[in-house]
Structure formats: C-alpha cells, structure tokens
Design a protein around this ligand. Structure first.
Ligand SMILES: *[C@@H]1O[C@H](CO)[C@@H](O)[C@H](O)[C@H]1NC(C)=O
Ligand SMILES: *[C@@H]1O[C@H](CO)[C@@H](O)[C@H](O)[C@H]1NC(C)=O
Ligand SMILES: *[C@@H]1O[C@H](CO)[C@@H](O)[C@H](O)[C@H]1NC(C)=O
Length: 547
C-alpha cells in the first residue's frame, strides 16, 4: 500500500525528502508470540475492541460454569438455561489492553454464536444468540468508571431469531443483520418500517440444510451497496430498495467458504489516493463440500488452500486465485495497519463445529496484497504453542499487536480426556513490523485532532520519526475495530487517506495534514484507529471519531 504522494506547496516550510537511505527489509523476522494470561476464565468466542482500549469478550451462557466467578456473590438465575439454571460464573469479560487486567461481566441470556457491531457513538450492539437469547439485543457502552458499566439487555428486540448471522454498520449509522440459521432474510437495527426482508440468495446457498452459508461475509462497498458472500456465491445487494443488483461469478473450485466450511474474508484496503477507488474482496480458506459429513463420521479431509480476489466494480468481475502456503479452515483474516492481511488460527483438516476439526495450523501467514503478483505474496510466521480451533478468535489492537484467545470445540468446557481441551488462555501475536529494529523509522504520533470529517475535510496531526523520514513511503490508514467471531471480522475495513501535506516543524518532528474520507460509504461513521505508516512500519494507533 505504498503510494507516491502529491504535496501541497502552500505550506510555508516545504519538506525536504530523504530518498537516498536504504530502507530496512521487511522480511527480517517472523513475528513473536507472547502469553498474556494462562486463563481469562472464559473461552473467547466473540471479541470486540472498544475505543477506550478495552476488549469485550464473551462466550455462551449454556456452557456450564466457567473458570471465573461473577463479582460480589452475584449469580445468574435463568430457568430456561439448558445446562445450569443458577450460574455464579461469568461468560463475558472486559479486558484492558493497557494494564493487561480483566474483570467479569454479567450476561443474562444466551449469546451463543451471535453477532455485533459498534454504533457511531461507540456503544457496542450485540444481536441474537440461542434459546432465550436468540431475539435479544444487548448493548455495552464503554465507560471510564469500570466498576459500574456492564451489559444492558433488551429482550425480544429482534424481529427474527439470529443465530450465526452477520452484521454490518451502514453509512447512516444503522446496522444491517443478515441471515442466521434457518433465516433467509435480513433486518435492521434500529428496526425499519419494512421489518424483515426475505433474501432468496440465503435459501439457495444453504446446501439443502447442510448450510455452508452461515455467518455470511458482508462488505459495505464505496457505492453504498452491500456485497454478500455465502457458500461459493456472491451478490451485490441494494438494501434500501431490497434489490439484488448483480450476482458475481462463483468462486472457482466449488469449495464452500462459510460456516461450517468456515473460511474468512476481507475487503482489501480502500485507497483515497486512487483516482477511482476500486473495491476488492478477498476470501481465503474453507473446506470441501462434503467435509462436514465426512468429519461427522470421523474422516477429516484437507481444508481448502486457495484464496480468491474479486474486483467487484469492474465491468466483468472475475476471481483471481492464489495458493496459500498451507490449507486452512477456521482461519481469521485480519487487516494489518500496513494494509497487509494476516491469516491466523484454525485447522488443516475437517470443519467448524463440535469435535470436527483436526490438525491445528499454529503458524499465521501474512499476505501482501499490493506486491506484484509474480512474487510469492505470503510469508509464514512463527508458530504459537497453542492450537486455536473452533470458537477461537483474533483481533487487531491499537498498538499493532493481534489479540488471540479462545478455542473450545466441545459442547461444554472440557479440560480432560479430549483432543484440543478448552483453551482459556490469551496470547498476543506481534507481527514483524513491531520488531524493535524498526524503531528508528517508526512514526510516533504526538498529537492529533480528535474528530475527522467527510468530503476531504482536513485533519491535522504531528508525529516524530527518530532517524529519518522518507516521504514517498509514508501513508495514513484508518482501521475500523471489528466484531470477531467464527473466523469472520464483521465491520472490518481500512482506508488509506489522502495526504495533503507534510512539513517539518522541529528536528525529527513533522506536521501532517490528511483529508478525511470522501463519503460515509467509504468509512461509515464511528471510532477508527488511525495509524501513520512509514516504510511499512506503523505507529501506534490513535482513536479518531469519524462523522
Ligand atoms: C478450570 O477449572 C477446572 C475445574 O476447577 C480445572 O480443572 C481447570 O484446570 C481450570 N482450567 C484453567 C485453564 O484454569
Ligand atoms: C449510543 O446510542 C445508543 C442508541 O441510541 C444508546 O443506547 C447509547 O447509550 C449511546 N451511547 C452513548 C455513549 O451515548
Ligand atoms: C469431556 O469429554 C469427554 C469425552 O467426550 C466426556 O467423557 C466428558 O464427560 C466431557 N466432560 C464434560 C465436563 O463435558
């Protein structure tokens, strides 16, 4: 994602470019794993980073007792819980990425295999789950006084039950909730006048009940329409007019990419420096069509090793396929601040579902989408010592690390006499760009505006680079924090902003002016992490509110 930039000459102090210095090579290290906690008490099925640098984590209430007690002797009493009607343990935590501490939170009804999105004002809205929780909405508003903020539950607030659905924040700040088990339709939060809208595509892609289309991949495109990928097919949906505008070609190979054949997907970074922003979808991994049935009979077949890329706005879109270094099902795809894609967690054999995966893939890979196609665009990273199988998750943190936790392929928490015991640990993975050898050229943001407007409105920040700055390899990216579950990061998106000017104001210190995103279709309103990236080395992120 490195671009040559045009600089405004209206700045009094025009920046002097240092181009002669050799840039360090990016491939030096293979990343580093760090164990943050042997146990956080629950298994991280769902994770969402909030703009106060705390992470909401939760699993399901019908897992039985977790390894973390609720505070002050509180118990959850729920006569409809299928496992434990009085449960004095937590199924959600709030993790602080700065202090590495966490505390239990209280969930009343079942959040199993649910979905979520953060509203423009920073409040997390979680939708659905199972059993008594399948039509409930729960919200969590980040607060400073951590002792008191907790989940707020809104019973029966969804029109349909949403179990294995996906969400996307829309340009007007609403949320669209698509699909779920036996739900061939979508609805909105807040609810719209037309209620639930049937979507044939979800029925057509459910493989006669074998599914392979749950947790559909949703990506909001710059034209305001919604790209939906399910199984092997994808469409462009105008959700305002309830019209399918277009169907794209099937992804080659006939391997389904959605739950239980769980692959993953990202919208590759949108670049405001391009004359026309050309959105491109990437889908990686998955499992062959009969993999689930085979795994039920104890035969674990190899996962899919291909990735496909699709430019959705060109006249005749077609998939470009590439081979990953290894096969992977249940991998999480994460956009890094540099614009590269990390693929982490998952297994080499079988599918998602209870007891159905084998052969953990503990090595993440990094894919460089902007590298020349003739190059090998994947790098294999160091392995984690811990398998991260079904019901594990991973998210990008403000400091550039990846938070990795969870893994529980069993019906209940199960630590003994099983393959892949329930994992309650928490790790972080530091991509190679965090290696201290890059510190001399790493930007450090000193101060910045708090709000960013649309339509190219100017945004100011200052930063330092210790050694030297090479302007033609400088970029500014904004990344939306995503709701990660079941290998898909909902609402994940990255935009490279247009740089309006750079000036040096003191030794090693620079003023930087960027233009805000052109439209809310490119970056829906809300809190984003902003990174200054220099020669593929990102700063720590800083939260900005876009709207
Ligand atoms: C969780 O608690 C169970 C039961 O007390 C115990 O056997 C298990 O080792 C604990 N697991 C972790 C990771 O703390
Ligand atoms: C954000 O909006 C929601 C829905 O209107 C509201 O419930 C919540 O309290 C708001 N959060 C903040 C931080 O104002
Ligand atoms: C854990 O799994 C084993 C093997 O399936 C089973 O025998 C045992 O009852 C399970 N334990 C719990 C707590 O579910």
């Amino acid at each position: 994602m490195i671009k040559f930039l045009l600089f405004s000459l209206s700045f009094s102090h025009v920046f002097s470019i240092v181009a002669s210095q050799a840039l360090p090579s990016y491939s030096g290290r293979n990343g580093e794993w760090q164990l943050l906690h042997e146990s956080v008490g629950i298994s991280a099925m769902h994770m969402q980073l909030l703009h106060n640098n705390k992470v909401i984590i939760f699993d399901r209430t019908d897992f039985g007792p977790s390894n973390l007690s609720l505070p002050n002797g509180i118990c959850r009493v729920d006569s409809s819980d299928t496992m434990l009607q009085t449960d004095c343990t937590a199924h959600s935590i709030l993790y602080d990425i700065v202090t590495n501490g966490f505390r239990p939170l209280m969930i009343q009804t079942d959040t199993w295999c649910s979905s979520g999105a953060v509203l423009p004002n920073g409040t997390l809205v979680q939708t659905g789950g199972y059993n008594d929780g399948d039509r409930n909405i729960r919200s969590f508003t980040p607060c400073n006084d951590d002792e008191y903020c907790n989940w707020i539950e809104f019973p029966q607030s969804l029109i349909r039950r949403r179990w294995y659905a996906s969400n996307q924040v829309l340009p007007d700040g609403r949320i669209i909730i698509v699909g779920g088990r036996r739900q061939f339709n979508y609805e909105f939060y807040p609810s719209s006048w037309n209620g639930v809208i049937f979507l044939d595509f979800l029925m057509e892609t459910n493989d006669q009940g074998l599914e392979n289309n749950l947790y559909p991949f949703l990506h909001l495109l710059p034209d305001g329409n919604l790209f939906i990928f399910a199984n092997t097919r994808s469409i462009l949906l105008d959700y305002n007019q309830n019209m399918v505008l277009k169907e794209f070609p099937k992804i080659p190979g006939d391997d389904p990419r959605n739950y239980p054949s769980s692959g993953s997907s990202v919208l590759l970074p949108l670049d405001e420096n391009d004359a026309i922003i050309e959105p491109e979808i990437m889908v990686c991994g998955g499992a062959p069509r009969d993999s689930f049935i085979q795994a039920m009979q104890g035969i674990f077949i190899r996962a899919t090793s291909t990735c496909g890329r699709l430019k959705v706005s060109v006249p005749n879109p077609s998939w470009t396929m590439e081979d990953m270094p290894m096969a992977r099902v249940m991998g999480d795809m994460i956009l890094l601040p540099t614009g590269d894609v990390l693929i982490i967690n998952g297994a080499e054999l079988g599918t998602a579902g209870w007891e159905l995966g084998r052969g953990p893939v503990t090595r993440p890979i990094i894919y460089r989408p902007s590298d020349d196609v003739s190059n090998w665009r994947f790098s294999v990273m160091s392995p984690s010592p811990r398998p991260r199988m079904y019901h594990s998750s991973a998210i990008l943190l403000t400091d550039g690390r990846i938070l990795v936790s969870g893994s529980n392929p069993h019906v209940y928490y199960n630590f003994t006499n099983v393959e892949y015991p329930t994992d309650l640990s928490m790790e972080s993975f530091s991509p190679p760009y965090l290696s201290p050898e890059y510190d001399p050229i790493r930007p450090r943001i000193l101060s910045a505006d708090e709000k960013m407007g649309y339509g190219g409105k100017l945004f100011w920040l200052s930063f330092q680079v210790q050694a030297y700055l090479t302007v033609n390899v400088l970029s500014v990216t904004i990344v939306a924090p995503s709701f990660a579950t079941h290998s898909f990061s909902m609402n994940q998106r990255m935009v490279l902003l247009k740089i309006a000017g750079v000036t040096d104001i003191a030794p090693s210190t620079y003023n930087l002016v960027v233009a805000g995103p052109s439209t809310a279709e490119i970056a829906p309103p809300g809190y984003y992490m902003l990174f200054v990236v220099h020669a593929h080395v990102p700063s720590y992120g800083r939260w900005v509110k876009i709207g």
